[in-house]
Design a binder for this molecule. Structure first.
Ligand code: HEC
Length: 197
């Protein structure tokens, strides 16, 4: 019978020990990668913000287009066929057109091509020109790289720009961790000049 009295205190002692060990392991994990939670939040904001809809090229299977995650967030594929602006029939209520992969958009603003958001050092968001501050400024002001021309539709910068600094920093951090893809997205095509009278 005597051993029962030893077992109970041992169990009582081992629970706090297990908790302390688990806490240490958690802290070690966070110390190894303090950005893990931030990056995961960025990944989910990119999913919930539907960035893939426009910025990820598609592959075409039996069910139609689906995001081609091998080319995740690399923007309008540079090797796509050349495009000319969509010209709606006069009086048509349809004013905007897009390609089947949603990586080229034509409307009254001309033709716009979703950017390469991967960390490629030449063609992507880590090209050396971009910084976290410029990324946030672009989404807050709707100016290309935060300073120059207007960012064209249908990029919903005005909605993303309402996210907190922490959220936008999380998106920026996540985009720095994905596979870099070399893909030079073309410049936008201006709208055709209005017909002279
Ligand atoms: C409905 C389509 C669409 C969605 C959804 C979308 N984008 Fe875009 N994005 C575009 C287009 C088109 C451009 C190119 C605009 C231009 O050339 O002015 C662009 C450009 C950008 C740029 C470059 C801005 C600049 O300064 O030139 C960044 C950064 C960007 N998008 C980030 C994102 C992020 C992050 C998300 C998701 C949270 C997202 N986009 C969702 C269409 C979209």
């Amino acid at each position: 019978m005597a051993h029962r009295f030893k077992v109970i205190p041992l169990l009582v002692l081992s629970l706090p020990l297990a908790l302390v060990l688990a806490h240490c392991a958690q802290q070690a994990n966070a110390a190894a990668n303090p950005n893990a939670a931030k990056i995961e939040r960025g990944r989910m904001l990119v999913i919930g913000g539907a960035c893939h809809d426009c910025h990820t090229p598609k592959k075409f299977g039996p069910k139609g287009p689906e995001p081609d995650m091998d080319r995740m967030l690399s923007g309008h594929p540079a090797d796509s066929p050349a495009l000319t602006p969509y010209q709606p029939a006069p009086g048509s209520p349809w004013v905007v057109a897009t390609t089947a992969d949603l990586t080229a958009w034509s409307g009254p603003w001309g033709v716009s091509f979703p950017a390469n958001l991967t960390p490629d050092k030449v063609t992507g968001l880590r090209s050396g020109v971009w910084t976290e501050a410029l990324f946030i400024k672009a989404l807050r002001t709707g100016k290309h790289m935060g300073t120059s021309r207007d960012i064209l539709p249908p990029m919903p910068w005005n909605f993303y720009g309402k996210l907190s600094d922490d959220d936008l920093k999380a998106i920026w951090a996540y985009l720095g961790t994905i596979k870099p893809i070399h893909n030079q997205v073309p410049d936008p095509i201006p709208p055709p000049a209005p017909a002279s009278k």
